[in-house]
Design a protein around this ligand. Structure first.
Ligand code: 1GP
Length: 240
């Protein structure tokens, strides 16, 4: 199980992850969406989570696993979001922020349980970028995102994450962002690090997916556009 996601990332130049927010689905809508996802090679990864979740994340993961063979990774909002039935977890350290709870505090609380779960753990530098609108993740984490045009700060943050031994960085514009992170910023981060780059937040069109992969993303995360428009799945999948 260990390093399963990193193997997938090293074998595929382009990866698309579908983010499922458990609170946004009924069992029926989730079943429909997962069955639709099963028709295509992409998305090749399913993430489950969000900044604040009312539902039981484990039930959602079990349900998805009963319907799909695609790897399911936890995208945790805090140390409550754990499940032994996930394939793994993006262990996010919010390195763009200066809130110790999200840099290391939640990790210390989760670590003993996480060790017992024996799932694939991906130490991920989580970097929030201000894409123009207030986001749940910024509010919930009590951190200030990096300004949209400050490519140098984003690059330096990513370099520091790589130097600290993190295995990937996630450039996050925030769920439902009006615009996605600029391709200039993604390209500059790419020039400066060798670990995989994940990009999410406000990505809505096949054209945006192409531009973001061209800029150097290894994995793109989409959520809101599919919640609002499930038929977009085929168009986005076909772009890859
Ligand atoms: C949010 O990056 C993800 O954490 C996905 O964002 O919902 O805007 O696609 P969207």
């Amino acid at each position: 199980m260990q390093n399963k996601l990193l193997n997938i990332l090293s074998n595929n130049k382009k990866n698309l992850a579908l983010l499922i927010d458990p609170d946004k689905h009924t069992p029926e809508s989730l079943q429909k969406l997962i069955e639709e996802t099963n028709k295509y090679t992409y998305p090749n990864i399913i993430l489950v989570g969000g900044s604040l979740i009312f539902s039981d994340i484990e039930n959602t993961i079990n349900y998805i696993k009963s319907l799909s063979n695609k790897p399911v990774y936890i995208f945790p909002g805090n140390n409550c979001d754990l499940s032994k039935n996930a394939d793994g977890i993006l262990l996010l350290s919010l390195i763009s922020g200066r809130n110790a709870d999200f840099l290391i505090g939640n990790h210390v609380i989760a670590a003993p349980k996480l060790k017992r779960l024996n799932i694939d753990i991906i130490p991920t530098g989580y970097i929030l970028i201000d894409c123009g609108n207030a986001t749940s993740v910024s509010y919930m984490s009590n951190t200030t995102p990096i300004p949209y045009f400050k490519n140098d700060i984003a690059a330096a943050t990513a370099i520091a994450g790589e130097m600290l031994g993190l295995k990937a960085v996630y450039l996050e514009g925030g769920s439902g962002a009006n615009k996605h992170i600029s391709t200039e910023m993604i390209a500059i981060v790419k020039q400066n690090i060798d670990i995989p780059i994940f990009v999410g937040g406000g990505i809505k069109t096949p054209e945006a997916i192409k531009e973001i992969f061209d800029a150097g993303a290894n994995m793109i995360i989409i959520g809101t556009v599919i919640e609002q428009n499930p038929e977009m799945l085929q168009k986005l999948a076909n772009m890859i």
